[in-house]
Design a protein. Structure first.
Length: 321
């Protein structure tokens, strides 16, 4: 069983990842920290409470609101992809009696900052805790900058981010999470903490089409099925218009699967660096993934392949269970 802390900017695909993690018996979600990315951290924290409100929980992970701004760059968000509220605008949906269609979970928000909660959880579970980073890496970088020695007791960081042998999804060369805060990503890759990366190269291999989603939830009226349908619509429309199919990539769910079902995935060790200053290339992740080129010493394991059918079947089997 892995004890994990999820750092997230929900975000439609973050929501799918959080639901998958919370329904994975192999994982114990000890804490969740939020960060500005897809939406501002205030909205991201509200969205997290909406997502947790879908689950009938007797106890919740510890939650802390993290950083509102990247270390150096101005904040770039992605409401055009995820909807104004970051969850497909479902926060506006009401029942006939005017109550929220998706009420928030009644759970406390810690008074700690995101990076202080990360450090606190490392102290509580030394050499055991895994940080699963699903947004810009600002909180994790600030924890490293505050106390790099304590952060060495993290078992590992599993993150969705970067792109190596494909185009970026924000600029030609950069993936969103690394593009938003390249300085934070630089700190993570040079921290000496074991890092496992799920870049666009592998997350693009898993496509959730509207057709598949409709087939999976047909005849169901449970809350999670309704949420999957309603929260993904805006994102799927964006994909139809700009990417060319009605569906979406469930980017952030892959790091969860890498922890619970590593046999679905294939990775290579590599030496990964991040461009922090380039005009055209800011946020670009740079690595030579050729197996014979293992020099200099690898600082990360880069996931390059997934059994997408097996993973998608697993996703639905778990999330709709
Ligand atoms: O590039 C995809 C990543 O950026 C995902 O984490 C998505 O949620 C956005 O944050
Ligand atoms: Ca995300």
């Amino acid at each position: 069983m892995d004890r994990i802390l999820i750092d997230t900017d929900p975000g439609v695909d973050d929501a799918l990842a959080i639901l998958l993690a919370m329904k994975s018996p192999e994982l114990r979600v000890e804490a969740i920290t939020t960060v500005s990315g897809n939406v501002h951290v205030e909205q991201a924290t509200q969205n997290l409470l909406t997502i947790l409100g879908l689950l009938e929980l007797s106890a919740y992970p510890i939650i802390a609101k993290g950083e509102a701004h990247p270390l150096v760059k101005p904040l770039v968000k992605a409401e055009h992809v995820h909807g104004e509220d970051g969850l497909g605008n479902i926060s506006k949906l009401r029942n006939f009696d005017g109550s929220l269609r998706y009420p928030l979970a009644h759970c406390e928000i810690s008074t700690l900052s995101g990076f202080d909660l990360i450090l606190e959880m490392v102290d509580r579970y030394p050499d055991e805790l895994v940080v699963v980073a699903l947004g810009p890496l600002t909180n994790i970088s600030k924890a490293i900058r505050k106390d790099a020695k304590r952060m060495q007791r993290l078992q590992s960081i599993v993150l969705m981010g970067g792109v190596f042998r494909e185009y970026g999804n924000v600029t030609t060369t950069a993936e969103f999470n690394v593009f938003v805060d390249p300085h934070a990503a630089h700190d993570v890759f040079n921290s000496g903490i074991p890092v496992h990366i799920a870049p666009l190269d592998v997350t693009h291999q898993v496509v959730l089409t509207g057709e598949r989603l409709n087939a999976e939830i047909e005849g169901r009226s449970d809350k999670i099925s309704c949420f999957l349908k309603e929260s993904t619509q805006a994102c799927m429309e964006f994909y139809r218009e700009h990417i060319g199919f009605y569906g979406l990539h469930i980017h952030d769910a892959l790091p969860i699967g890498m922890l619970t079902h590593p046999d679905f995935f294939e990775s290579v060790d590599a030496y990964v660096q991040v461009e922090t200053e380039g005009n055209l290339t800011s946020g670009m992740t740079v690595a030579d993934l050729r197996r014979e080129r293992q020099r200099p010493i690898p600082n990360a394991s880069v996931c390059v392949k997934v059994d997408s059918d097996a993973f998608l079947n697993h996703f639905f089997q778990r999330v709709l269970s």
